[in-house]
Design a protein around this ligand. Structure first.
Ligand SMILES: NC(=O)c1ccc[n+]([C@@H]2O[C@H](COP(=O)([O-])OP(=O)(O)OC[C@H]3O[C@@H](n4cnc5c(N)ncnc54)[C@H](OP(=O)(O)O)[C@@H]3O)[C@@H](O)[C@H]2O)c1
Length: 494
């Protein structure tokens, strides 16, 4: 059989268009987890040429995690050149996309024609007025950012705040708020469980002023590269964001605001966090869904926070991301942005510090991603460089040094990558950077097959056909060989 050059994943088309807690769970198996299995199966086959991958959906809310998954897939495995298609019309409309792909990777096909996704910069207008006389619920309220949101709400005038989390814990910040006369209720509940959410809301109804605002900030992380990700780890990370947000959407009534704390990982992709990116993609889709229903909704795809929040405890990872152009916001900057957005007409926005040039330098494959076309003033595409056999090893050292924050000269050419602390994410980065620099396709397992700088350089020299087969031949012998060839050509034998 000829090689497989493309795969069309159509399971998303079968997702139910009516969303319920049950359909949300079932559709994840049908769409997101089947996509994960498919990708892992293709990767494990170690095909020489990776087939292009199309994910087709009908835009049902439950299939929205696929877009976050796909954007991270683009970062981890650009070799799939994956395309997400939302098909709202006839299946015939899909054929031109499959037969003549034009580089667009997020396409909606429908009655209004073909639309493609672009990120654009946006000025935030003047904030709307919020009357803070109600009760305000913060899920993940005892988490790193949650408590800061509560403090900010109290500064704005809120006097009744409910902090929802699964684990009971006492925080000085809660005592401090209470000392200022703010009623703070700590509700022990799991936002993924409908009965728990209903119980907390009934309690508010019974003994507090009407619920007027929700901030959904609950989350868990379980980072793995796609190759190491399984459905259990995926589901664990999806649940608080997907089921939690849906429970809040269904069970709350008239509100002044419904804020979803999401992460920019679902916009720019986040290697090692395909599950988290997928979970956050749902939040953006839910905000747009609520807006279409005429209900308040604001989804903010936050960049990285320093000083508080889960990333404040992951300094090494923060440094690693900073090195890739992702800067940090302070929690105060976050709540200032939140204040500017509340009551505005924005439903879905990303707020992050991103040095696009630095980021693209680290993820050269993303430079051609049309999603960013309007953000960068057409940065120069990263050109594959001219190399000869001597320059390959220094290039490998240099790229590895950047990833490990090491002086390339101090990298032992014979030391196994694992002994230098190269993990699976770093291995992917090194592979992707070498692919971009050399303009060559490399298998995802290349670092297993060639596990040292010396071995990898040798492999690359061979792959690039840079072996100098005449290196040991003297000039006289070379001239003699040349004469011999010319004689043969003139004699008509070649
Ligand atoms: N920190 C950042 O840099 C950053 C960046 C971008 C976006 N965000 C977003 O901001 C939000 C808050 O992040 P964070 O840094 O404050 O995280 P965090 O410190 O880990 O807090 C999250 C909280 O969610 C709670 N939670 C988890 N599962 C839950 C469940 N099923 N039901 C109820 N509560 C649950 C956890 O408490 P229990 O385990 O006790 O339930 C935890 O306190 C998240 O939505 C995150 O995606 C954060």
């Amino acid at each position: 059989m000829p090689d497989c050059t493309g795969i069309v994943h159509m399971w998303g088309v079968d997702a139910l268009e009516v969303t319920t807690v049950d359909s949300l769970a079932a559709d994840q198996w049908l769409t997101t987890f089947s996509a994960l299995r498919l990708v892992r199966a293709v990767l494990r086959r170690g095909l020489r040429d990776t087939p292009r991958l199309w994910f087709v959906t009908k835009g049902a809310l439950s299939t929205s995690p696929l877009s976050g998954f796909g954007r991270t897939l683009d970062m981890e495995h650009p070799e799939f050149r994956s395309v997400r298609v939302e098909l709202n019309g006839s299946v015939d409309d899909l054929l031109p996309e499959l037969l003549a792909p034009d580089g667009e990777n997020e396409i909606a096909l429908g009655l209004s024609g073909r639309r493609v996704a672009r990120l654009t910069r946006r000025e935030v207008g003047t904030p709307g007025e919020v009357d803070w006389s109600g009760t305000y619920l913060i899920t993940g309220g005892l988490g790193g950012l949650g408590i800061g949101i509560a403090e900010w709400m109290a500064e704005q005038g809120a006097r009744h705040i409910v902090l929802l989390g699964r684990t009971e814990r006492s925080l000085e910040a809660v005592d401090a708020l209470r000392a200022k006369g703010v009623e703070v209720v700590v509700a022990q509940a799991d936002v993924t469980l409908r009965a728990d959410v209903a119980r907390v809301l009934a309690d508010i109804d019974r003994r507090m002023p009407p619920l007027k605002g929700v901030v959904h900030a609950a989350m868990v992380l379980d980072d793995r590269t796609i190759l190491d990700l399984d459905e259990e780890r995926f589901e664990r990370v999806l649940a608080p964001k997907v089921l939690g947000a849906w429970n809040l959407h269904e069970l709350t009534g008239d509100l002044d605001f419904f804020v979803l704390y999401s992460s920019a990982s679902n916009i720019i992709g986040s290697p090692g966090q395909a599950n988290y990116a997928a979970a956050n993609a749902f939040l953006g889709a839910l905000a747009r869904y609520r807006t279409a229903l005429g209900k308040p909704a604001l989804c903010i795809d936050w960049g990285l926070f320093a000083e508080a929040g889960i990333m404040a405890d992951r300094a090494a990872e923060g440094n690693r991301l900073a090195d890739r152009g992702i800067g940090t916001l302070t929690p105060e900057q976050g709540t200032e942005i939140l204040g500017a957005l509340l009551g505005s007409d924005v439903a879905h926005i990303a707020a992050l510090r991103l040095n696009l040039r630095q980021w693209l330098e680290f993820f050269p494959g993303a430079a051609a991603n049309p999603l960013f076309a309007e953000l960068h003033d057409r940065e120069e595409p990263v050109e594959a460089m001219e190399v000869d056999a001597e320059s390959v090893e220094p290039l490998v050292r240099d790229q590895l040094g950047r990833i490990l924050h090491l002086d390339p000269a101090r990298i032992d050419r014979a030391a196994p990558f694992t002994s230098m602390g190269v993990d699976s994410l770093m291995a992917l980065e090194l592979r992707n950077r070498l692919e971009a620099a050399l303009g060559v396709r490399l298998s995802v397992t290349v670092l297993f097959a060639a596990p040292t700088v010396a071995a990898l350089a040798e492999y690359l020299i061979d792959k690039l056909g840079l072996v100098d087969e005449y290196a040991d031949v003297s000039t006289e012998d070379l001239l003699a060989l040349l004469d011999e060839s010319l004689d043969r050509v003139e004699g008509g034998s070649e």
